[in-house]
Design a protein around this ligand. Structure first.
Ligand SMILES: Cc1cc2nc3c(=O)[nH]c(=O)nc-3n(C[C@H](O)[C@H](O)[C@H](O)COP(=O)(O)OP(=O)(O)OC[C@H]3O[C@@H](n4cnc5c(N)ncnc54)[C@H](O)[C@@H]3O)c2cc1C
Length: 641
């Protein structure tokens, strides 16, 4: 407890220091087209001093009853926490792993309405499908507005190989623009075969007939997720990662859900968290919480899982839900390749792969993200992993496009996520699990007879809308006198006072290279100056995390982050521990930064350094350091390397 207080006090001091440093703000003048000169100040927005983990745990222990308990800290759950907290509700959220450790870090990272869903709407003459596209296009605009540092407009080219497809794709893209209405990002346009070849020299221009360019959003999914968690905490919510719900608490008389027994996975300590309303936002794992809801004692049926795991002890093969009823799981794999596989500023869309899917090749964080597959599964794995066959499948599709040989050795990283397609469990009869009976097109919100609210399905892009609907239901059930929803316009942590020139201002103020300034601005937004102050504070903080804790490294003035391939520094790690609840090496290497997703081999080299720094900051003993190193190494090795 005292250690927690000390950490909180230190955090407060750090934040104050940064505000003070902001007094001598740099200014920048930029000239707009209309010749109006405006002055943009580098306002170093300070992070609010966040409560430490132990303070949050203390809150959990001392609160007799929360208004709402959200189970699951992915996009949906953290979105709910932000919505609830900003309506004035007393919110608790528990996540059994890290924020975005489920599906929410493994998406294609598109904030989109989905051109292929639009195509489907037309072929099926489905108004419902069309409404979903329009809803997602609106939400795309909200994401770009509420987190402009994390979500950017990305042009995407559809290479066209048949003349008859030109009017087809042209009409499709124009419709996409049209249905976005006032939220349209930029007009789509047609380019000649020659121009398409210039834009994307890696394509075989001899076969090209034209190219169609449309626009969508591209974002950093796991950083968006931790940003939502931090925003919720700043708005008063009690949000904890590494807290698992092991049982639901039921009213003995009525059977109504009244909270949950949660276990702190760091210490093993159990907490009984009571809440007026409980929300199940556990994505692919939803059925486990639904089993607890159905059981009079609030327990999940773990017999099948135990049986399935009898011979499974590798990371990739452990089962989390053996007999899903609501979730129809399907695995989607992505691979990351060097930047030369795609234009630097434009994505490519294969509108029809050899087996009729669409596949994206997108510039992402200086690399190329390629995917995805769609592999139906009977059980929900704890940690889905990409198989060699999945990787080869994507490379094979890519080779249809790319002029030069596509090489397996170019794969820098590969991972899998579970797409939680959902069906209404109330419409299923006994023994129907596994069928596609009652499939829901988008997200699915329902309240059980015991009062448990479940929200599942949908897309990352629609997380805000899903959260708003869920909290409307919570307000109704709890009969709360809540404020209206404000999340359409709410700037998330790091988006306050954002300016597109923020990277330039950082570079000037802190004498950073453009690469480093852009990295910090595009990942931390207006919180980046806090990291810059840490870089200035201590020379060693400028080193990449790979060098963390190595005593024999001498830092010379000219050796810093720019001397290395990846800009993830010790300062960034220290920031993420203090301000973003980083608790394990994997949290940092996979989700606060995307190191392991971008280059798994290089990330493996950074495990020791990350563990050393974290061990010093969090007071880990040698046993804990060893376990952390082994766990992170074993996990990253499943990333296709
Ligand atoms: C391959 C793929 C590509 C995709 N691409 C896109 C895209 O480009 N754009 C888009 O908009 N959408 C995309 N999606 C969809 C999007 O990623 C998901 O809709 C979204 O991430 C789901 O978020 P969630 O919070 O519902 O689930 P999750 O992110 O899985 O979160 C659920 C959380 O609940 C936690 N949990 C489970 N059980 C417990 C428990 N007992 N106690 C506490 N916590 C628990 C889990 O640890 C997990 O973190 C894609 C999905 C896939 C699979």
């Amino acid at each position: 407890m005292f250690a927690g207080r000390r950490l909180a006090a230190k955090t407060a001091i750090a934040a104050t220091t940064v505000v003070a440093a902001g007094m001598g703000a740099a200014t920048l003048q930029s000239r707009r087209a209309d010749n109006e000169v405006r002055t943009v100040g580098l306002r170093k927005t300070a992070a609010t001093a966040l409560p430490s983990r132990s303070e949050l745990l203390e809150r959990v222990a001392k609160t007799a009853e929360f208004d709402v308990l959200v189970i699951g800290g992915g996009a949906t759950g953290t979105g709910c926490a932000v919505d609830g907290a900003t309506r004035g509700l007393n919110v608790a959220l528990v996540e059994m792993g890290d924020f975005a450790s489920g599906t929410s870090s493994k998406s294609t990272k598109m904030a989109h309405g989905g051109v292929r869903y639009l195509e489907k709407a037309f072929w099926e003459l489905s108004k419902a499908q069309l409404d979903l596209v329009i809803e997602a296009l609106n939400e795309r605009a909200h994401m770009l507005h509420t987190a402009p540092h994390l979500c950017k407009v990305l042009p995407i080219m559809i290479p066209v190989y048949n003349y008859w497809q030109v009017p087809y794709f042209y009409a499709g893209c124009k419709m996409y623009d049209l249905f976005a209405g006032s939220q349209n990002l930029k007009s789509s346009y047609l380019v000649s075969a020659g121009r398409a070849g210039e834009i994307a020299p890696m394509l075989d221009a001899s076969k090209l007939k034209a190219g169609l360019v449309y626009h969508d959003g591209s974002f950093n999914d796991s950083r968006m997720n931790s940003t939502l968690a931090v925003t919720a905490v700043e708005r008063g919510a009690t949000v904890l990662n590494y807290m698992e719900v092991s049982q639901l608490l039921k009213n003995e008389r009525t059977g109504k859900v009244e909270g949950a027994i949660t276990r702190d996975r760091e210490t093993g300590k159990e907490y009984r968290v009571r809440a007026k309303v409980v929300v199940n936002a556990t994505g692919p794992f939803s059925d486990r919480i639904l089993q607890m809801d159905a059981d009079p004692n609030g327990k999940a049926n773990d017999t099948l899982v135990a049986h399935a795991n009898e011979d499974n002890d590798s990371i990739g093969s452990r089962v989390a839900v053996a007999n899903p009823r609501m979730v129809v799981p399907s695995a989607g794999v992505h691979v990351v390749l060097p930047s030369f596989y795609c234009p630097k500023e434009m994505g490519l869309l294969d509108a029809k792969t050899s087996d009729g899917r669409v596949m994206f090749f997108l510039p992402w964080q200086g690399k190329v993200l390629a995917g995805t597959t769609d592999i139906p599964m009977k059980q929900v794995p704890e940690n889905p992993t990409a198989t060699e066959a999945d990787i080869q499948d994507i490379l094979k599709e890519l080779q249809h496009y790319i002029k030069f040989p596509v090489k397996r050795s170019d794969v820098l990283s590969a991972w899998a996520g579970i797409r939680p397609l959902v069906r209404d469990p109330r419409k299923l009869k006994e023994g129907e699990a596994g069928s596609t009976q009652g499939l829901v097109r988008s997200h699915f919100l329902f309240t059980s007879d015991n009062g448990l609210v479940t929200i599942a399905g949908g897309k990352w892009t629609t997380y805000r809308e899903m959260a708003e609907e869920t909290m409307n239901e919570v307000v109704k059930l709890g009969q709360f006198n809540a404020k209206p929803c404000i999340t359409r316009k709410l700037k998330l942590a790091g988006a306050e006072n954002w300016d597109p020139n923020f990277a330039a201002l950082l570079a000037q103020e802190y004498h950073l290279s453009s690469k480093m300034a852009e990295h910090l601005a595009n990942n931390y937004g207006t919180r980046a100056p806090i990291i810059c102050e840490m870089l200035m504070e201590e020379e060693r903080n400028k080193l990449p995390v790979t060098f963390g804790g190595r005593e024999n490294v001498t830092v010379y003035g000219n050796v810093d982050f720019d001397s290395f391939r990846y800009p993830f520094t010790i300062a960034e790690l220290k920031y993420s521990i203090k301000y973003e609840y980083t608790r394990t090496a994997l949290d940092f290497l996979m989700r606060r930064t995307r190191f392991a997703f971008l280059d798994a081999r290089q990330a493996l080299h950074a495990v020791d350094g990350t563990v050393n720094i974290m061990g010093d900051e969090l007071g880990w003993d040698s046993e804990k350091r060893k376990a952390e190193t082994e766990n992170a190494t074993e996990f990253i090795k499943t990333f296709g390397v």
